[in-house]
Design a binder for this molecule. Structure first.
Ligand SMILES: Cc1ncc(COP(=O)(O)O)c(C=O)c1O
Length: 406
């Protein structure tokens, strides 16, 4: 997009990454091709030698993917971006690019389960050690940094505990020790939080979530700040091979156009639902970045523009009560993932964070009874009515249990 510096985020969502296309097409054409024909042997050779810019092979670069990458780089305030086949392909590419045997990583203890598992298995196998700390406590980050720490990896708000870490403070500390700060911004999206503006070096997202927003794509993205890092990451991604498909990139680019208005609705509805749940007699505890009772409410207020669409809670009666709730909802769908237009509910300890093991889960604050909700864009009254009838069923089940025991 030309002359974009003064344009509002909502307008950028519609226009970013869009260029002039053949036949006057207003959306990027889908170049569903694995390879690109050279004009001559000399042309092919000069493309490979980097003497000329152009497309060679889709694992290396593809115009449909590039349009989506440019759009997200612009929305995040980064230099360039790299589209990956999944959020996890992005995480793997990041550690592949930034670490080598003998290096050390400091990582939030509450992160998406497979990120923990990747660090504890594959990265460990290649000699990269990780210290997991509660990054909401900046002092713990400071203490964990060693002379060989290359990356401080922060997910904020963390999945699923919604812990909020101070990105500016963490970036200052990491940079004093020459470590790079990588932020998983999936739960916020660039509509609500821009880690690069707060000091981060690299931002990643699972595109599968809010950025695409329609639960029909698996993808990931890495946003970087400068050309040198971009070239290094591009080489790594080309070698590891975890690129996104052009059609999925097209769908993500389409989803981006409504990102700003979707995020507005996610935030509005989640706030209303969280306030309603907080007062419900069956709630043991609830965490939502928009509630004043959130332990890191003030950090959130400093660094995000809205509290997002994710809520976690535990019912009185723990896992058993949570299971009845999950089995009783009608509009909320019992499914993993998040950030789509439809509301979802799931149980991290037995689903998304199962692979971490109980010990690591509890260390990260992921209790066995924790239930995670992704608030979609349906009418909030319908969503509350659905939760109300599900909680009524929990009450009936608990009363029955009580009668059996007296
Ligand atoms: C915060 C976060 N990061 C990364 C991922 C991994 O993304 P993907 O499932 O697209 O590989 C997820 C998936 O749920 C996630 O929630």
């Amino acid at each position: 997009m030309k002359n974009h510096s003064k344009i509002d985020f909502q307008t950028k969502c519609v226009h970013s990454g869009i260029d002039e296309y053949e036949y006057g097409s207003v959306v990027p054409p889908i170049y569903q091709t694995s390879t690109f024909k050279f004009k001559s042997a000399q042309h092919g050779a000069s493309l490979f030698a980097g003497e000329e810019r152009g497309y060679i092979y889709t694992r290396m670069l593809n115009p449909t993917i590039e349009a989506m990458e440019n759009a997200i780089a612009e929305l995040e305030g980064g230099h360039k971006a790299l589209g990956c086949g999944s959020g996890m392909a992005a995480v793997h590419t990041i550690f592949g690019a930034l670490t080598q045997t003998g290096d050390h990583v400091v990582c939030s203890s509450a992160v998406y389960g497979p990120t923990t598992t990747l660090l504890n298995t594959i990265m460990k196998k290649f000699g990269v050690e990780t210290t997991f700390v509660d990054t909401a406590k900046t002092d713990e980050v400071k203490k964990a940094i060693k002379p060989n720490t290359k990356v401080v990896y922060v997910e904020t708000p963390g999945n699923p505990t919604l812990c909020i870490s101070d990105l500016k403070e963490i970036s200052d500390i990491a940079h004093q020790h020459k470590a790079m700060v990588v932020v998983d911004n999936t739960f916020m999206s660039p509509a609500l939080q821009n880690p690069i503006a707060l000091g981060a070096d690299v931002v990643m997202h699972s595109l599968t979530k809010f950025l695409n927003g329609h639960a029909d794509v698996v993808g990931g993205i890495i946003v970087v700040k400068d050309e040198q890092t971009y070239q290094h990451f591009r080489k790594t991604l080309n070698q590891l091979g975890g690129v996104i498909d052009p059609f999925n990139a097209f769908l993500v680019h389409r989803g981006l156009k409504t990102l700003a208005i979707r995020m507005e609705r996610h935030c509005e509805s989640a706030q209303v639902i969280a306030e309603w749940l907080e007062k419900h007699p069956l709630i043991k505890w609830i965490r939502y970045p928009g509630l004043k009772s959130h332990p890191h409410f003030n950090i959130g207020q400093k660094q995000h523009k809205g509290p997002g669409g994710m809520i976690t809670l535990e019912l009185k009666g723990g896992l058993e009560a949570g299971r009845v709730m999950m089995d009783s909802v009608n509009l909320f769908q019992l499914a993993v993932s998040l950030g789509g237009v439809e509301s979802l509910i799931q149980h991290p300890a037995s689903m998304t964070h199962f692979s971490m093991g109980k010990e690591a889960r509890l260390a990260g604050g992921i209790t066995e009874g924790l239930v995670r909700i992704s608030v979609g864009i349906e009418n909030v009254k319908d969503l509350i009515a659905d939760l109300e009838q599900a909680l009524e069923k929990v009450k009936i089940a608990q009363n029955k249990q009580h009668e059996l025991h007296v």
